[in-house]
Write a protein that binds this ligand. Structure first.
Ligand code: AMP
Length: 279
């Protein structure tokens, strides 16, 4: 079974041995309930580095008081088996007290980009993410760290904090892995009923069409409005946002003169689905 460490000193000791051997190290942070999207990050890391460390920590700091921390899917035995099958070198599986010991008060807040889109609908979410990712990067000091484009805004936040704090790591972005019908793989897809699961692929279909039309020069605002109507018609509940943004700053754009991204967050039953595609 995959080697597992639970404490920061053990993690550092293992990685120290590899580093002395001259092995490069890749880090893949996750919250578990692993699916093929997560495993694609492990594969990318393995292509680029000699050693790959996955981390599994359901970070309470990135859940709001009314969010799904308690219901979030957990299956550590299966996660370990999946990592083992990918030949991942090490799993870092800290408990809450290891990451946030009593008296922990320091937070990493990335101004601006933290407050829009996901940040608007999930206040404190990105500060929770930025804090835990900074800690994991400093604990492991990997050569690369791999994050999925599925969480596109999160990826931009992490790139920003790595630049701003001069953390010596290369952030690698992995493309979104989808089910055959287009639905982006996500641990929270488990919340969908069979009927909702049938509707869910409309999200990616709509985004793709918006991206294509905006790429052809149609107004981004009009297309976003059209996209929201499509989702409502298909049976989605509240649409937190469906918007076309600058691909790096995530500021609003009305045409695709610079690289742009269509981003969406929408509710389907109990599941809040997010997705994004390039224009
Ligand atoms: P999570 O466990 O949801 O926090 O995700 C851990 C990492 O896996 C993050 O970098 C996510 O962006 C990435 N990830 C999650 N789902 C996918 C997917 N469908 N395709 C690619 N990466 C993903």
């Amino acid at each position: 079974m995959i080697q597992t460490v639970k404490t920061i000193p053990e993690l550092r000791e293992r990685l120290g041995v590899w580093r002395v051997q001259g092995d490069s190290i890749g880090l893949v942070p996750t919250m578990g309930a692993l699916h093929d999207g997560h495993l694609s990050l492990v594969r990318l890391s393995k292509q680029k580095t000699a050693r790959t460390v996955a981390t599994l920590f359901i970070n309470p700091a990135q859940f709001g008081p009314n969010e799904d921390l308690d219901q979030y899917p957990r299956d550590i035995a299966q996660d370990k088996a999946k990592l083992e099958a990918e030949d991942c070198d090490l799993l870092f599986l800290p408990d809450g007290g290891e990451i946030y010991p009593p008296g922990h008060v320091t937070k990493v807040r990335v101004e601006g980009i933290c407050d829009i889109l996901e940040g608007e609908f999930r206040p404190g979410f990105f500060t929770g993410v930025a804090t835990v990712v900074t800690k994991l990067l400093l604990q492991a000091l990997p050569d690369i760290a791999v994050f999925g484009e599925k969480d596109y805004q999160q990826l931009q936040v992490i790139k920003r904090l790595v630049r701003d704090l001069d953390i010596p790591v290369v952030v690698e972005a992995a493309p979104t892995v989808r089910e055959t019908d287009g639905l982006a793989m996500a641990s929270r897809n488990a919340y969908l009923t069979p009927k909702e699961r049938d509707i869910a692929p409309v999200l990616f279909g709509t985004l793709s069409q918006v991206a294509e039309n905006v790429g052809r020069g149609v107004s981004a605002k009009d297309q976003a409005q059209w996209g929201r109507e499509q989702l409502e018609r298909a049976g989605f509940g509240k649409i937190d946002y469906l918007t076309v943004r600058n691909a790096e700053t995530l500021e609003e754009v009305d045409n695709a003169s610079s690289p742009a991204r269509v981003l969406v967050a929408a509710w389907l039953g109990k599941a809040r689905l997010i997705d994004n595609v390039a224009v």
